[in-house]
Write a new protein. Structure first.
Length: 244
């Protein structure tokens, strides 16, 4: 078995044809081929090349199945499996960063820490793959959580800005936090303009509005300042679409 490349150096996948004059490639040949695939993928930042080399269709992480994750985990070459997962997760985080500030930052930090542990040899290839599979599942569950709460994508993004995992905030309960998120979306949407981010008067007005909403719903006073700033940063991600 060996890995074939096209005229542009793109990996075409695994092939069962042995080179002439010997029974098949050595382990060193295969490892070198895998390193070549990873090197080309990193250099070109092309996720699709990695999936083609692994003989897989690129999945949508929003419907990422346990079967797919098991398939990746069971790949015979762990460094290729690692690269498949790393690039899949990084691509999804980049996509979420356009819509959901808190989620994308949190998952980016988790991915970075996991990969650093591997490069620092704190964990081996099998362990880092297990951690990345776990992270993929957490990302899938995060998307499903918003749906289960009956929140739109925009409402879910503002819900995340409320530090919902903090014990002092969590005591409000999902019903109250979802109500805050919905009111924030409605209020911010009605008061943003394309150039609002450069107008301090508009930002000041929004700060006051957001603070009133948080206070009305009993949001912890000592958490309000941070929540307000995070809400405004989240609004900046969405305001272009809203103001169009």
């Amino acid at each position: 078995m060996f890995i074939a490349f096209d005229s542009q150096g793109v990996a075409l996948g695994w092939h069962q044809v042995a080179p002439l004059g010997r029974k098949g490639p050595t382990k060193e040949d295969l490892d070198a081929a895998v390193r070549q695939i990873i090197s080309k993928s990193v250099a070109s930042d092309e996720v699709l090349d990695i999936f083609a080399a692994a003989g897989m269709d690129r999945p949508d992480i929003s419907i990422l199945s346990d079967e797919f994750l098991a398939e990746v985990r069971g790949m015979p070459h762990r460094n290729l499996a690692l690269e498949v997962l790393r690039k899949l997760l990084r691509d999804e985080i980049k996509s979420r960063s356009r819509k959901n500030l808190v989620q994308s930052r949190s998952f980016a930090d988790m991915l970075d820490k996991t990969i650093k542990k591997y490069w620092n040899r704190s964990i081996d290839a099998a362990e880092v793959i297990s951690e990345l599979v776990k992270l993929a599942k957490e990302m899938r569950e995060a998307r499903q959580r918003g749906e289960s709460l009956g929140l739109t994508e925009d409402e879910e993004a503002f819900y995340e800005t409320l530090e919902v995992n903090d014990s002092a905030v969590a005591i409000l309960g999902d019903q109250a936090l979802c109500a805050i998120a919905r009111e924030l979306v409605d209020t911010v949407r009605r008061n943003v303009t394309i150039d609002w981010t450069v107008k301090e008067s508009v930002r000041a007005k929004l700060r006051v509005m957001v603070k009133k909403i948080l206070k009305k719903h009993g949001y912890p006073p000592d958490k309000q300042a941070q929540a307000i700033e995070t809400v405004l940063k989240q609004a900046e991600l969405l305001c272009v679409d809203w103001a169009a």
